[in-house]
Design a protein around this ligand. Structure first.
Ligand SMILES: [Zn+2]
Length: 154
């Protein structure tokens, strides 16, 4: 276990187990889905995340292309759509900065600039086989993206 401080969260990261799970993950959830929302996301995934977010992913051992799932939440500002992108890491939460107890107030998203927000919580969604038998955390990044497909969303 290594301790990694991300914003207000302290993550006790099982880096080895996280690496192993991602090595067993052939495709991200969005890439495995054929819906228009996921295809719109995939078309701009390379530039969807700011360098700050990519650095957080790197520290946690998250390959940005291997999302658990990408969820479209509806229209955002400037004609964009709000997306929730979900990732798992193996580990547990501790207090961050000595100011929080328990789960570190993990329920709230933290604004990280450029219209993006992030939260880390133990509130996991469905669990694929290679994440079973280990404590996992969900890292969620909300990001507003334009619609770049020719076809319109449903
Ligand atoms: Zn989809």
């Amino acid at each position: 276990m290594v301790e990694v401080d991300i914003l207000r969260w302290r993550v006790r990261l099982d880096a080895e187990r996280t690496d192993k799970a991602y090595a067993l993950t052939p495709l991200g959830g969005a890439a495995a889905c054929q819906c228009a929302y996921c295809r719109n996301y995939l078309k701009q995934r390379e530039r969807a995340f700011t360098p700050r977010v990519l650095e957080i992913f790197q520290r946690l051992g998250i390959p940005p292309e291997k999302d658990l799932e990408v969820v479209e939440y509806g229209p955002a500002d400037e004609g964009r759509r709000l997306y929730g992108t979900w990732f798992y890491v193996a580990g547990t939460l501790g207090s961050a900065g000595g100011t929080q107890s328990g789960d570190g107030g993990s329920a709230q998203f933290e604004d990280i600039g450029d219209g993006m927000s992030l939260r880390i919580s133990a509130e996991t969604a469905f669990v694929p086989p290679h994440w079973r038998g280990v404590e996992i955390l969900m890292v969620e990044v909300n990001v507003a993206l334009p619609w770049v497909l020719d076809e319109l969303p449903e």
